[in-house]
Design a protein around this ligand. Structure first.
Ligand SMILES: [Zn+2]
Length: 260
């Protein structure tokens, strides 16, 4: 006989749990999580919001194996790690290989570090000399950079030196395998408008929706094109191969480190 399948947790409940927990593990804040039934589902036989929380893979495993007492989880639920912070704790996104790859809409940037050894990495997009999208290359690893903002320029979804943090002020943030989606509120009852959609690749990442803003200049990324702000110039369907810098606007000096 087939084992009885338990029904999926309804999407609305999952979103509410994510919002309550500040988009991270209640115990450590990591923005990479599982949905956990505090009292196990086989006993309660329901997906009650009061009995659900977010745990990172480490804390989930520790709870399941009994190493982490349920009392500790209940305490953490009362005061989730991310709740009084502007941003979640960090989570490392690993990327490795010889050829780095960043895809923004229909524009692809690749850099072959075996042909052009360059520990500085490459800047895909820079404003006034500050790289906002790009990567560094260190011992065969890529350290990724992406500064995703909301419409008012506030940090929304940041990858800095390979470490991801998410704004706890976002309306919704979801991880689906290697894909990260941030939404802002739209009309009541709808699932929200996607403002960031990034997929981590083995040797970089792909963004199909996103906004990067710095000192009044920026880049709006759409599935089929990228738009340079504020002048609204459009770039689509091209590739940048082995270029130390991709798109640089404002003062044309480029670098991850700014020297004042
Ligand atoms: Zn955790």
């Amino acid at each position: 006989m087939l084992k009885e399948q338990r029904p999926a947790i309804p999407e609305a409940i999952k979103r509410s749990i994510r919002q309550k927990c500040g988009f991270g593990c209640v115990a450590c804040g990591v923005p990479f999580f599982h949905y956990d039934h505090v009292v196990q589902h086989s006993l309660v036989q329901e997906h009650s919001e009061d009995n659900l929380t977010l745990l990172c893979p480490n804390h989930h495993q520790a709870k399941t194996s009994g190493l982490l007492p349920v009392e500790k989880i209940i305490k953490a639920i009362a005061s989730p790690y991310n709740k009084n912070r502007t941003h979640s704790a960090g989570h490392t996104l690993f990327a490795a290989g010889s050829k780095g790859r960043i895809i923004l809409g229909s524009v692809e940037f690749t850099f072959d570090f075996t042909r052009y050894p360059n520990p500085e990495g490459f800047a895909t997009f820079a404003v006034n000399g500050t790289a906002l999208i790009g990567m560094e290359h260190e011992d065969g690893n890529f350290l990724l950079y992406f500064y995703g903002a909301d419409e008012s320029g506030r940090d929304l979804f940041i990858i800095e030196q390979g470490e991801l943090v998410v704004s706890t002020e976002a309306w919704d943030y979801e991880v689906k395998g290697r894909r990260f989606v941030v939404r802002r509120r739209s009309l009541p009852g709808l699932s929200g408008q996607v403002v960031l959609d990034l997929t981590k690749l083995d040797s970089g990442f792909r963004v199909t929706t996103g906004l990067v803003l710095h000192q009044g200049r920026g880049l709006r990324i759409k599935r089929d094109r990228i738009i340079v702000l504020p002048q609204n110039s459009t770039i689509r369907d091209i590739g940048f191969k082995d270029c130390y810098a991709g798109i640089s606007v404002g003062i044309p000096k480029v670098g991850f480190i700014s020297i004042d």
